[in-house]
Design a protein around this ligand. Sequence first.
Ligand code: PHE
Length: 465
Amino acid sequence: MNTKTNSSFSGQIGFVLAAAGSAVGVGNIWRFPYLAAKDGGGLFLIIYLILVLTFGYTLLSSDIAIGRRTQKNSIQAYAAMRPKWKFLGILTFFVPAVIMTYYAVIGGWILRYVIAYVSGKAQLAAEDSFFVDFITNPRDSVLYAILFMLLTALIVYKGVEGGIERCSKVIMPCLLVMVVLIACYALTLRRTAEDGAVRTGMQGLRVYLMPNFHGLTVQRFLQILLDAMSQLFFSLSVSMGIMITYGSYVKKEVNLNQSISQIEVFDTGVALLAGMMIIPSIYVFSGMEGMNSGPKLMFVSLPKVFASMGAVGVFVGTAFFVMAAFAALTSCISILETIVANFMEIFHTSREKTCVSLTLLYTAASVVIALGYSLFYVEVPLPNGSVGQLLDIMDYVSNSFMMPFISILSAVLIGWIVGPQWIIEEMEYGGHPMRRKAIYIFMVRFVSPVIMSILFLQSIGLFSL
Ligand code: PHE
């Protein structure tokens, strides 16, 4: 029987690429650039970078070290640390369990665009109504969500080394090359607007990189800080048991400190490059007005930019959506894998059986969520002030509500009950020094609980800036 105990990544490269695969997702490609544009360009970037090296580092190290030290998935791992804290493991397990209901739906949207570009319908994809027509069409939106779900399931079915690692080793280097090429191309863009003004990609780069202190107040600074924090959290796939599961597949001889630095660099690098590709493109073709938030940026504004590039736009658009599909796929794999692994551990079932049963369950769930824009359309006011459909509700529950809450509890458990030394020992296993040890201890004991509490209160609407 193919149980978890004998699954592992073949070595450091396999682990780093799989973990980076989980971390690099739609968050890097559409959310990061949008936040950077909204939050003062370089100012946001500086804050984000400082946070990655301190706060993000702490969260990522904790998850991965817990996984490798206990050799278990979230539910059993927290129970192994302190039996009374098993509830935290169960809570953590629910985050991917909820995210999985909608992630394949977003994957399906991206797949729809890949197909549109590949089949020569780039002009159609650039029309205003294309996106809304697609997601409100029950048959098509369901079809693509199922397709993406099955693609994910196939790789998880093949196991840790033969499925996840093998596919990450191909996909992640391709993704990196594509994002670098598109970003370089974006910098060469040049266009004369109707009013005669010339806008270039290099000017767009300045908008992106130069810190904009204009109108900066304490309140705005705190808002930028919170934006950067929640982005970081989502981007590194932490506090949802995913990195615990991946950590449990890491062999003892792997140097965790080095691996974690590499994952941070990969995730942040792709986010920065995505900004370098999106902000100048939008700037050149539609000024800053094109900088929509959320799905509209990727699915409505960008196809228009590609369309205005002429023939080369079809090529760039195809490359962009294939890259986005890769990013979404490796993230979706990590979510399904975490759920499968927890089930296998608890019920002692085989990977194959568990994977098939969960795939059936989540295909049904994805169908329901995909229909949330047609048959099951609702408008529910959320505590953070927005109004959401089924997908937004699931996203709110998992990311805005559960993740910060879990992070607070996990920081308390590590910082004050088990003690940071427990993590540090694992990080230093094999004689690899943990250079950011002092930062780790300070962050996990003092900073994380406070910051996560503020983020949590803000998400549930009890605190606003
Ligand atoms: N980290 C991914 C991103 O940046 C998102 C993700 C969320 C991945 C949840 C896995 C699980 O887009």
